[in-house]
Write a protein that binds this ligand. Structure first.
Ligand SMILES: CC(C)(COP(=O)(O)OP(=O)(O)OC[C@H]1O[C@@H](n2cnc3c(N)ncnc32)[C@H](O)[C@@H]1OP(=O)(O)O)[C@@H](O)C(=O)NCCC(=O)NCCS
Length: 197
């Protein structure tokens, strides 16, 4: 049964709750397993804390059920959606430094994503995550609906990367199609595009 979900703008006073939701949602994602290792909730928390504080600078929304955060989505308009490839060494040496031994893997992963970022205008989705115990109740759909409304309002395309085949099916429900598939740090990765309209 679908949950009674309220979607609102993210605000910084919710950072701790969002870090928890995202770390729990992504700790078993293939790219996160490759980069951070098995069960590294500590590294995932650190990663998302850095992201929420410094990198997720576009519109962001949270999903609340009974007042508690159980989902988060961020999207960012091109051309500033990802760092330019030349900026990555600097980002690794500063913002990502606390991630220690995971840095080479993260750099390889994000350098590839930055390199492949489409040149056509788009609004880049990610991350989107729902607390594991609340998945399958319509919360991801509620967050995606807001993102799709934004794309329609701005008359622009959508773009995302994902590392799970089941997510490919999830995103197809919202009009995305697979543009490319390849291995990154030992993990299959799909690149998906949603045309304007
Ligand atoms: C992907 C994710 C955000 C989906 O959120 P969710 O709240 O579980 O999804 P919903 O319950 O809103 O499902 C929406 C629709 O997608 C389908 N769906 C959801 N997860 C699916 C899956 N793993 N495989 C196939 N279909 C799926 C549902 O059946 C539903 O279809 P319907 O509305 O036509 O009945 C969530 O599972 C998640 O946080 N996963 C872990 C983190 C992650 O991988 N994030 C995406 C990174 S790219």
């Amino acid at each position: 049964m679908n949950a009674a979900v309220v979607v609102k703008r993210y605000s910084a006073d919710r950072v701790d709750e969002c870090v928890s939701v995202l770390a729990d949602a992504f700790v078993s994602s293939p790219l996160h397993l490759s980069a951070f290792g098995n069960g590294r909730i500590d590294q995932n928390r650190l990663f998302f804390r850095i992201g929420l504080r410094h990198m997720f600078i576009g519109p962001a929304l949270i999903a609340l059920v009974d007042g508690a955060v159980c989902g988060y989505v961020h999207f960012n308009p091109w051309p500033y959606c990802l760092p330019a490839p030349v900026e990555i060494p600097n980002v690794a040496a500063t913002l990502l430094k606390p991630l220690g031994e995971a840095i080479p893997q993260i750099v390889e992963w994000f350098a590839r994503w930055c390199h492949l970022d489409p040149e056509a205008p788009h609004v880049h989705l990610g991350p989107i995550g729902v607390a594991p115990g609340m998945q399958g109740k319509g919360i991801g759909r509620a967050l995606m609906n807001h993102y799709i409304e934004y794309l329609k309002r701005e008359r622009t395309a959508g773009y995302l990367e994902t590392d799970r085949l089941e997510n490919v099916e999830f995103y197809k429900k919202f009009g995305f199609i697979v543009k490319r598939e390849e291995m990154i740090i030992g993990t299959p990765t799909w690149y998906m595009w949603r045309p304007i309209g």
